[in-house]
Design a protein around this ligand. Sequence first.
Ligand SMILES: C[S@@+](CC[C@H](N)C(=O)[O-])C[C@H]1O[C@@H](n2cnc3c(N)ncnc32)[C@H](O)[C@@H]1O
Length: 217
Amino acid sequence: MAAKKVHPGVYRFRGGLATLNYAPGFRVYDEKLIRARGREYRMWDPYRSKLSAALLKGLKSFPFAEDSSVLYLGASSGTTPSHLSDICCQGFIYCVECSKRMMRELIPVSMKKNNMIPILADANRPQDYMHTIASVDVLYQDVAQKNQSEILLKNARIFKPKHAILLIKARSINAVENPKKVFREEINQLKGDFRVREKIDLRPYDKDHVFVNLERK
Ligand SMILES: C[S@@+](CC[C@H](N)C(=O)[O-])C[C@H]1O[C@@H](n2cnc3c(N)ncnc32)[C@H](O)[C@@H]1O
C-alpha cells in the first residue's frame, strides 16, 4: 500500500498517520513499524501524541519542515519528540525535560535518534540552557504547569521562534474554573507577542487539552 504525503515528513497510511523512521528498526513506544516500497514508517498514535491528534482534527498550518529546529518543552520519554525527529530529519529537536525519571527514558531514545538533544532543565529557566541551543524555528510546549503562557513567553523572548505550539491544560492552571475561561485568559496573555492561527479541541483523542497554533508577530 502506498503512503500519501500530507505535510512535510507526514504520511497518511492505512487510515492513520505515520512518519518515516529516522532510525530504522527502532521503536520508541509501542508504535507499529511498517515497511512499504523499501522504506520504514512508524505509525503515529493520536491517543499518545497530541500533535498527531491535532493533525487528524484538521490542523491546517503545519509549521515543521525537514530542516526545522525545534525547542520542545516537556519532552517526557520522547513520544512526540521522536516523531518530530523523523519529520525534521535535517534539524535538531532540543528536548527540555525536568524529571530525572523521564530523562532516563529519553536518553536511550536520543542515542538512536541523534538529532534529539536531551536537556535536563526547568523550562521556567531558559537562561540555564540558552547557551546549548543554536537557533529555534518552532517552540513546542506541553508542560502541565500553572504558568503555561508565562513559560512560553519567557522562552519565546529568548529564542525568537517564528512559530509556537502550546498545549493548554485547563485543570493544571485552575481546577475549579470553567475551562473555556481558563483557555481564553491564557491565550490573551500571548496576544502581544503572537497571532493565534488555530485553536483545536483535541477530543476524542485527548479531553483535557486545547492545541494552540501561534505565529510570532
Ligand atoms: C504531558 S507530558 C509531555 C508528553 C510529551 N509532550 C509527548 O507528547 O510525548 C509533560 C512533561 O512535562 C514535564 N514538565 C513539567 N513541568 C516542566 C518544567 N517546568 N520544565 C520541563 N519539563 C516540565 C513533565 O515532567 C512531563 O514529562
